[in-house]
Ligand binder design. Structure first.
Ligand code: FES
Length: 212
Protein backbone atom coordinates (compact mmCIF):
# COMPACT_ATOMS: atom_id res chain seq x y z
CA UNK A 1 0.00 0.00 0.00
CA UNK A 2 1.35 3.44 -0.88
CA UNK A 3 1.57 6.12 1.76
CA UNK A 4 -1.22 8.07 -0.01
CA UNK A 5 -3.94 5.50 0.50
CA UNK A 6 -4.38 5.96 4.25
CA UNK A 7 -4.59 9.73 3.75
CA UNK A 8 -7.49 9.30 1.33
CA UNK A 9 -9.20 6.91 3.74
CA UNK A 10 -8.72 9.29 6.62
CA UNK A 11 -10.25 12.16 4.68
CA UNK A 12 -13.22 10.01 3.76
CA UNK A 13 -13.85 9.33 7.44
CA UNK A 14 -13.91 13.00 8.34
CA UNK A 15 -17.32 13.99 6.98
CA UNK A 16 -15.73 17.41 6.54
CA UNK A 17 -15.44 17.91 10.27
CA UNK A 18 -11.92 16.73 11.05
CA UNK A 19 -9.12 19.15 11.66
CA UNK A 20 -6.54 19.00 8.91
CA UNK A 21 -2.94 18.10 9.57
CA UNK A 22 -1.97 21.51 8.21
CA UNK A 23 -4.27 23.23 10.71
CA UNK A 24 -2.94 21.12 13.54
CA UNK A 25 0.65 21.95 12.62
CA UNK A 26 -0.19 25.63 12.37
CA UNK A 27 -1.67 25.53 15.83
CA UNK A 28 1.37 23.68 17.13
CA UNK A 29 3.76 26.20 15.64
CA UNK A 30 1.76 29.17 16.87
CA UNK A 31 0.82 28.24 20.33
CA UNK A 32 1.60 24.82 21.70
CA UNK A 33 4.87 23.96 23.36
CA UNK A 34 5.50 21.04 25.69
CA UNK A 35 1.80 20.46 26.14
CA UNK A 36 0.95 24.04 27.14
CA UNK A 37 -1.10 26.46 25.09
CA UNK A 38 0.75 29.74 24.62
CA UNK A 39 -1.59 32.65 23.83
CA UNK A 40 -0.90 34.30 20.49
CA UNK A 41 0.24 37.89 20.41
CA UNK A 42 -2.38 40.41 19.28
CA UNK A 43 -0.52 40.94 15.99
CA UNK A 44 -0.31 37.21 15.28
CA UNK A 45 -4.01 36.79 16.00
CA UNK A 46 -4.83 39.67 13.66
CA UNK A 47 -2.68 38.18 10.88
CA UNK A 48 -4.15 34.70 11.12
CA UNK A 49 -6.90 34.06 8.54
CA UNK A 50 -10.34 33.73 10.16
CA UNK A 51 -12.98 31.19 9.06
CA UNK A 52 -15.66 32.65 6.84
CA UNK A 53 -18.33 34.20 9.00
CA UNK A 54 -15.99 34.17 12.00
CA UNK A 55 -17.73 36.04 14.70
CA UNK A 56 -17.61 36.11 18.29
CA UNK A 57 -14.75 35.60 20.56
CA UNK A 58 -16.94 34.94 23.54
CA UNK A 59 -16.03 35.30 27.18
CA UNK A 60 -18.70 32.97 28.45
CA UNK A 61 -20.42 29.80 27.29
CA UNK A 62 -23.77 30.11 25.58
CA UNK A 63 -26.79 27.93 26.41
CA UNK A 64 -28.28 25.65 23.79
CA UNK A 65 -31.16 23.16 23.88
CA UNK A 66 -29.79 19.87 22.58
CA UNK A 67 -32.52 17.33 23.28
CA UNK A 68 -35.52 16.28 25.33
CA UNK A 69 -35.72 13.69 28.09
CA UNK A 70 -38.90 12.16 26.73
CA UNK A 71 -37.46 11.55 23.25
CA UNK A 72 -33.94 10.42 24.16
CA UNK A 73 -33.56 6.66 23.86
CA UNK A 74 -30.95 4.42 25.45
CA UNK A 75 -27.94 3.95 23.19
CA UNK A 76 -29.12 6.25 20.38
CA UNK A 77 -26.77 9.25 20.14
CA UNK A 78 -27.91 12.66 18.90
CA UNK A 79 -25.46 14.95 17.12
CA UNK A 80 -25.25 18.67 17.76
CA UNK A 81 -22.79 21.54 17.41
CA UNK A 82 -21.69 23.55 20.45
CA UNK A 83 -20.51 26.10 21.47
CA UNK A 84 -19.31 26.92 17.94
CA UNK A 85 -20.88 25.67 14.73
CA UNK A 86 -17.51 24.14 13.82
CA UNK A 87 -17.46 21.91 16.92
CA UNK A 88 -19.44 18.64 16.55
CA UNK A 89 -20.65 16.76 19.65
CA UNK A 90 -22.98 13.93 20.54
CA UNK A 91 -25.53 13.43 23.30
CA UNK A 92 -26.27 9.91 24.53
CA UNK A 93 -28.22 8.11 27.25
CA UNK A 94 -25.86 5.40 28.46
CA UNK A 95 -28.38 3.41 30.47
CA UNK A 96 -26.03 3.38 33.48
CA UNK A 97 -24.88 6.16 35.83
CA UNK A 98 -21.94 8.17 34.52
CA UNK A 99 -19.55 10.80 35.83
CA UNK A 100 -21.09 14.15 34.96
CA UNK A 101 -24.31 12.42 33.90
CA UNK A 102 -27.64 14.25 34.21
CA UNK A 103 -31.28 13.19 34.25
CA UNK A 104 -33.20 10.97 36.66
CA UNK A 105 -30.70 8.12 36.21
CA UNK A 106 -27.58 10.34 35.93
CA UNK A 107 -26.82 8.54 32.68
CA UNK A 108 -27.16 11.28 30.06
CA UNK A 109 -23.82 12.63 28.85
CA UNK A 110 -22.44 14.62 25.93
CA UNK A 111 -18.94 14.80 24.44
CA UNK A 112 -16.98 16.29 21.56
CA UNK A 113 -16.94 14.10 18.45
CA UNK A 114 -13.34 15.08 17.67
CA UNK A 115 -10.70 12.65 18.87
CA UNK A 116 -8.15 14.30 21.13
CA UNK A 117 -5.23 12.59 19.38
CA UNK A 118 -5.40 14.13 15.89
CA UNK A 119 -9.00 15.18 15.42
CA UNK A 120 -10.51 12.01 13.92
CA UNK A 121 -14.30 12.17 13.67
CA UNK A 122 -15.87 9.68 16.11
CA UNK A 123 -19.40 10.11 14.80
CA UNK A 124 -21.21 6.78 14.42
CA UNK A 125 -18.72 4.91 16.60
CA UNK A 126 -20.64 4.71 19.88
CA UNK A 127 -20.59 1.25 21.50
CA UNK A 128 -23.57 0.88 23.81
CA UNK A 129 -22.36 -2.47 25.16
CA UNK A 130 -19.17 -0.79 26.39
CA UNK A 131 -20.55 2.70 27.17
CA UNK A 132 -17.62 3.88 25.06
CA UNK A 133 -16.92 5.55 21.73
CA UNK A 134 -14.34 4.24 19.29
CA UNK A 135 -12.25 2.99 17.77
CA UNK A 136 -11.27 6.27 16.13
CA UNK A 137 -10.99 5.79 12.35
CA UNK A 138 -7.45 7.18 12.35
CA UNK A 139 -5.49 5.36 15.05
CA UNK A 140 -8.13 3.41 17.00
CA UNK A 141 -8.41 5.43 20.21
CA UNK A 142 -11.43 4.56 22.36
CA UNK A 143 -12.94 6.67 25.14
CA UNK A 144 -14.93 5.58 28.22
CA UNK A 145 -18.05 7.76 28.37
CA UNK A 146 -19.04 6.67 31.87
CA UNK A 147 -15.71 7.94 33.21
CA UNK A 148 -15.57 11.50 31.88
CA UNK A 149 -14.32 10.44 28.45
CA UNK A 150 -11.00 9.00 29.60
CA UNK A 151 -8.94 7.38 26.83
CA UNK A 152 -8.85 3.63 27.36
CA UNK A 153 -7.19 2.37 24.21
CA UNK A 154 -4.53 3.36 21.65
CA UNK A 155 -3.00 6.69 20.83
CA UNK A 156 -4.99 9.40 22.61
CA UNK A 157 -3.81 10.46 26.05
CA UNK A 158 -6.31 13.27 26.70
CA UNK A 159 -9.91 12.82 27.79
CA UNK A 160 -12.63 13.59 25.28
CA UNK A 161 -13.97 17.06 26.10
CA UNK A 162 -17.25 16.63 28.02
CA UNK A 163 -20.14 18.99 27.39
CA UNK A 164 -21.75 20.15 30.62
CA UNK A 165 -25.50 19.58 30.62
CA UNK A 166 -28.47 20.92 32.57
CA UNK A 167 -32.05 19.70 32.69
CA UNK A 168 -34.98 22.08 32.73
CA UNK A 169 -38.32 20.30 32.66
CA UNK A 170 -38.15 18.01 29.64
CA UNK A 171 -35.37 19.99 27.97
CA UNK A 172 -31.67 19.16 27.97
CA UNK A 173 -29.31 22.11 27.60
CA UNK A 174 -25.60 22.35 26.84
CA UNK A 175 -24.07 24.99 29.12
CA UNK A 176 -20.30 24.53 28.89
CA UNK A 177 -17.42 22.25 27.97
CA UNK A 178 -14.77 20.62 30.18
CA UNK A 179 -11.54 20.28 28.18
CA UNK A 180 -10.15 21.89 25.04
CA UNK A 181 -11.78 20.82 21.76
CA UNK A 182 -9.19 19.41 19.33
CA UNK A 183 -7.81 21.95 16.85
CA UNK A 184 -8.94 25.04 18.79
CA UNK A 185 -6.75 27.38 20.81
CA UNK A 186 -9.89 28.25 22.83
CA UNK A 187 -13.33 26.61 22.79
CA UNK A 188 -15.05 29.95 22.26
CA UNK A 189 -12.88 31.44 19.52
CA UNK A 190 -12.20 31.21 15.81
CA UNK A 191 -15.64 30.15 14.68
CA UNK A 192 -19.29 31.09 14.52
CA UNK A 193 -21.74 30.65 17.36
CA UNK A 194 -23.60 27.34 17.05
CA UNK A 195 -27.07 27.53 15.60
CA UNK A 196 -29.63 27.80 18.39
CA UNK A 197 -27.09 28.82 21.03
CA UNK A 198 -28.11 31.75 23.21
CA UNK A 199 -25.68 34.06 24.91
CA UNK A 200 -26.22 35.28 28.47
CA UNK A 201 -27.47 38.81 28.72
CA UNK A 202 -25.17 41.45 30.18
CA UNK A 203 -26.25 43.86 32.93
CA UNK A 204 -27.47 46.35 30.36
CA UNK A 205 -29.36 43.71 28.42
CA UNK A 206 -26.70 43.39 25.72
CA UNK A 207 -25.00 40.14 24.84
CA UNK A 208 -21.61 39.56 26.40
CA UNK A 209 -18.96 39.25 23.71
CA UNK A 210 -15.27 39.89 23.59
CA UNK A 211 -12.76 40.27 20.80
CA UNK A 212 -8.96 40.00 20.74
S1 FES B 1 -6.92 10.81 15.55
FE1 FES B 1 -8.04 9.45 16.81
S2 FES B 1 -6.60 7.99 17.41
FE2 FES B 1 -5.46 9.35 16.21
Amino acid sequence: MTDQTPKRDAAANCDGLCVSRRTALAISAGGVAAGWIIPESGAAAEARPQPQGAATELNTYPRKRVGSLSKLKDGEPISFTYPLEQQPNFLVKLGAPAQGGVGPDRDIVAFSSLCTHMGGNLRGRYRHDLKAIGPCPFHFSTFDLAKSGIAVHASATERLPQVRLEIEGDDIYAVGVNGLVYGFRHNLRDGTLASGAVLPQGPGGSQKTMRG
